[in-house]
Design a protein around this ligand. Structure first.
Ligand code: HEC
Ligand code: HEC
Ligand code: HEC
Ligand code: HEC
Length: 462
């Protein structure tokens, strides 16, 4: 399915569908706070390079038979046939036709040397050890943090995860720390070379869509065995999903309110719903309306809406897991949409307020507010009367299907739903994916009906 080229979004949806199918295969086989950034990590800030991790007695084994961790992480990170191999390919894609076209359109010269691309397609590293190579793409340290301070100590006898973290390793088992790392590249950051603005999109870059738990599973190169649980605790998919929504809202608003929020005399289009500007115009006596009023966004007709995919899902999660905070969050998000129709100053102030509400929700979810049995209630909310009418746009709808998929997987993982029962309703989830396969033929009503069917089938599993 990854062979579907040409249209950028059918590729994206196809990729997600493929990933969903793969995750499902995994299930069938029974396997199954603060903004911490690499460069801000305390201690040794030097990036030592993938080669430093790749020894055959380290993470470069051919078999995943290590005593504590698998130790074949390098091979899995490199596996070209899976989304798990995407990060090792990230630099190589800069030599391809598509990258050369993007760079030529933007006048960037050689994309493999363009800072505007390397911030996400290689490991952004200020201080580099002798074995560091940009050509390694998004290497181990892009996520786990610069290893200069812990490479020697983390495999020593008596090393502990807490000790490694104190030496600068990023605690990726914490949802907020992980979300922050992934969002730098899978949404954008204010660091150099980590933002795909609309000009880069218009030059041919694929649209970026992300969901923390689904994408984490797609790229996982570790086993969550009893040993992992003892060292780091069990991964709670539901919590990762919900915290991921909160962090994505916060990131988008923080960037929008800062220097990235404008481009010349315009607002930066990256933050707005793509399709609202990229639809056809009909000029005839009988009007053809291509947009739908949206109850979550009190904005006048004729204005591009801020992309609210994560706000919608965060609201659904909050209705179940943080009912005391949802009123404030919903009011702040309506006020933010309305403020964009006023002026930039009002929009920036409303963005800061909404970002704080999102942060409060993320903190509540991360500190124990999510319970496994809430997944059913959240699925019901997503397809229910308060949330579903807000799925009027393509991006929000893609995010909703990923949510349904992640929540179903979390039910299987936590034993609330059997693998067989989940398999029985897979076709309904796939029909919802099919309804967002193609942005240009996306139909909100058709989508909501497919989503409703999938949610009802999941509800019936309870
Ligand atoms: C903010 C981070 C970021 C920046 C900056 C960025 N990219 Fe990307 N790029 C991504 C992500 C993430 C994807 C994967 C999108 C997906 O599938 O979800 C991607 C995908 C791509 C793809 C498609 C890859 C494939 O496997 O088909 C190409 C080509 C590409 N980028 C080229 C570029 C070029 C050229 C530049 C510089 C002008 C650039 N990118 C800048 C994050 C970035
Ligand atoms: C895209 C981000 C990313 C990249 C790149 C990456 N990892 Fe990971 N890795 C993770 C995440 C997320 C986890 C699971 C959370 C955790 O426990 O750290 C993980 C888990 C691991 C684990 C298991 C940890 C444990 O306690 O059981 C090891 C070992 C590991 N990675 C090594 C590597 C090596 C070696 C590379 C490079 C070849 C690499 N990783 C590249 C994100 C990444
Ligand atoms: C330094 C930038 C960077 C960071 C950090 C990063 N990624 Fe990526 N990721 C990319 C780029 C670039 C691509 C696209 C590569 C390509 O297709 O060639 C990608 C691709 C992926 C893919 C494959 C998507 C697909 O459509 O097949 C997954 C899954 C993924 N990333 C998950 C994660 C997760 C989870 C994290 C955080 C733990 C993370 N990434 C952190 C840059 C990054
Ligand atoms: C506020 C309106 C607006 C929004 C929102 C917007 N765009 Fe655009 N887009 C434009 C304009 C204006 C152009 C330039 C058209 C031209 O050159 O004729 C453009 C051009 C493009 C092009 C190049 C089209 C071509 O024919 O070469 C692509 C691709 C594109 N946008 C993708 C996106 C994506 C992806 C998003 C969402 C992340 C997005 N746009 C959001 C207004 C918008």
């Amino acid at each position: 399915m990854r062979g579907v080229r040409g249209d950028r979004m059918s590729r994206r949806a196809a990729g997600v569908m493929l990933a969903a199918a793969m995750l499902f295969a995994l299930l069938l086989s029974g396997a199954g706070g603060s903004r911490l950034r690499a460069a801000d990590a305390p201690g040794g800030r030097a990036f030592v390079g993938v080669a430093s991790c790749a020894g055959s007695t380290c993470h470069g084994r051919m078999e995943g038979d290590g005593k504590v961790v698998r130790q074949d992480e390098l091979m899995r990170w490199q596996e070209p046939s899976t989304p798990g191999g995407a990060h090792s390919r990230a630099f190589a894609v800069l030599s391809g036709t598509r990258s050369r076209q993007i760079a030529a359109t933007l006048g960037l010269g050689d994309p493999t040397a363009a800072p505007a691309c390397l911030g996400c397609h290689s490991t952004p590293a200020a201080a580099r050890g002798a074995r560091f190579l940009a050509q390694d793409g998004v290497g181990c340290e892009a996520c786990h943090g610069p290893a200069g301070g812990w490479i020697a100590s983390h495999y020593a006898v008596g090393a502990s995860h807490a000790g490694n973290v104190a030496a600068g390793m990023i605690p990726l088992e914490r949802p907020q720390a992980r979300a922050s790392v992934c969002l730098d590249c899978h949404f954008g950051s204010d660091r150099p070379g980590q933002f795909v603005d609309h000009r880069i999109m218009a030059a041919g870059h694929p649209r970026i869509s992300f969901e923390l738990d689904l994408f984490s599973s797609m790229q996982a190169h570790h086993d969550e065995d009893a040993d992992y649980a003892r060292r780091k605790g069990r991964t709670d998919s539901l919590k990762f999903w919900a915290v991921g929504q909160a962090m994505a809202v916060e990131r988008a608003l923080t960037l929008y309110a800062g220097a990235k929020g404008t481009e010349g005399a315009f607002p930066e289009f990256y933050f707005f719903d793509c399709q609202s500007c990229h639809r056809r115009i009909y000029d005839q006596a009988e009007r053809t309306k291509t947009w739908e009023a949206n109850p979550g966004r009190p904005i006048p007709a004729g204005m591009p809406p801020f992309n609210d995919e994560n706000m919608i899902l965060l609201s659904a999660a909050a209705r179940v897991a943080a009912p005391g905070l949802v009123g404030r969050f919903d009011a702040d998000s309506r006020a933010f949409h309305a403020a964009i129709a006023t002026d930039r100053r009002a929009a920036v102030a409303a963005a800061a307020k909404l970002a704080a509400s999102a942060r409060a929700l993320g903190d509540a979810f991360a500190s124990g507010g999510m319970k496994g049995d809430m997944a059913f209630a959240i699925v019901r909310e997503i397809a229910g009367g308060a949330i579903a009418p807000r799925f009027t746009d393509y991006e929000g709808s893609v995010q909703a299907v990923m949510a349904i998929d992640t929540l179903l997987n979390s039910m299987v993982k936590s034993g609330q739903v059997t693998v067989g029962a989940a398999a029985g309703i897979r076709a309904d989830v796939n029909r919802a994916y099919a309804a967002v396969k193609e942005p240009n033929s996306y139909q909100p009503a058709m989508f909501r009906s497919a989503l409703g069917n999938a949610a009802r089938s999941i509800g019936a599993l309870r």
